[in-house]
Design a protein around this ligand. Structure first.
Ligand SMILES: [Fe+2]
Length: 336
């Protein structure tokens, strides 16, 4: 290898940015030259401006290339394309097959959440997410029968769990608040959005670290503080009331992870701020427990509900009854 070759290779490596291959699914033509990293070097794999079949992408995943690379500028073009598609799907959501529109929107919202994690200060991505979630919430509120098939469809999509978890848990929340008959549609919409954004503070930790069971001590502290970080990120940027922000700050009241206040002091005996916080928390725990993680298998819904019973069963019998009835109905069709 001569000096020019070495320069070309290092120049390429410096200009490339990694991203998930999932961003390339369902787009007409790829707006970027896509590289894979194989045998210690970058290889040009897909060409800008060409149609890429989903099967080709699936083959690449099977060969271990879930992360691919493109130049910074071209990755930006891909991002713009995905965000414009989300904008379009959201705007024309009620036209045509709304169930299909919803499925498309779920995937696009998830991709946009990744962009938001990459830069939580990006107002554009945040507003797009907020507007899209409002339309999605409306659809879910009006179509409770669609929740189960949508949940199954979406859970099978293979999104990284950090980006899938907010939607999975928030679909449950809409159903549970609706069956409780305590809230009007606007209330449910706001709690759906609250629940969805509650973990945006996790963006303080690099995504690949979530695939390991043992986070560093520093990451554990950041993780424990993520409800507070989420509230800070969202403060004054989306239309959620201080009460909703409180729900975000307290959304791990029943969880096993430690809680810290803004001065990094342990908070003892944190009390529940209400029925909504409890439900946001429970839906989050159940959705997480019945999903697979890179370091553990999924639990059954029965095991998950047993855990919930041991946490809150005796202290909140009425709420626990609502939870049990809701999940029993939800999974009736799938329990063997
Ligand atoms: Fe959380």
């Amino acid at each position: 290898m001569n000096a020019l070759d070495i320069f070309r290779k290092s120049h390429l490596a410096l200009n490339l940015t990694p991203f998930t291959i999932r961003e390339l699914f369902n787009i007409p033509t790829t707006p970027c030259d896509v590289f894979i990293f194989e045998d210690g070097k970058f290889k040009h794999s897909l060409y800008r401006g060409t149609y890429v079949a989903n099967d080709t992408l699936k083959e690449m995943i099977e060969r271990g290339h879930t992360i691919v690379f493109a130049s910074n500028e071209q990755r930006e073009e891909l991002k713009e394309l995905q965000q414009n598609t989300l904008r379009q799907v959201t705007r024309s959501f009620s036209m045509g097959d709304t169930y299909q529109n919803c499925k498309n929107q779920l995937n696009l919202i998830t991709i946009n959440l990744r962009y938001l994690f990459e830069d939580p200060t990006d107002d554009n991505a945040l507003n797009l997410q907020y507007q899209s979630l409002k339309v999605l919430a409306n659809f879910l509120i009006k179509n409770p029968k669609m929740h189960e098939p949508l949940y199954r469809y979406y859970a099978a999509q293979g999104h990284h769990y950090i980006f899938a978890q907010p939607l999975l848990s928030s679909i449950f929340l809409v159903g549970i608040l609706k069956t409780s008959q305590l809230y009007n549609d606007k209330d449910i919409e706001n709690f759906f959005i609250t629940s969805y954004f509650k973990d945006i503070g996790m963006s303080a930790i690099p995504i690949d670290k979530f695939d390991k069971e043992n986070l560093s001590e520093m990451d554990k502290v950041l993780l424990a503080k993520h409800p507070i970080i989420s509230a800070r990120i969202l403060q004054g940027r989306i239309q959620l009331s201080p009460a909703h922000m409180k729900v975000i700050e307290n959304h791990h009241t029943f969880s096993i992870i430690d809680k810290y206040d803004t001065d990094n002091q342990h908070i003892k005996n944190l009390t529940v701020t209400g029925f909504e916080t409890l439900m946001v928390n429970v839906c989050d725990i159940v959705a997480a427990m019945i999903s697979t993680r890179p370091y553990r298998e999924a639990l059954s819904i029965f095991e998950a509900l047993e855990k919930i019973r041991s946490h809150i069963g005796s202290e909140y019998p009425h709420e626990f009854k609502i939870i049990i009835n809701y999940f029993r109905n939800f999974f009736t069709t799938s329990v063997r």
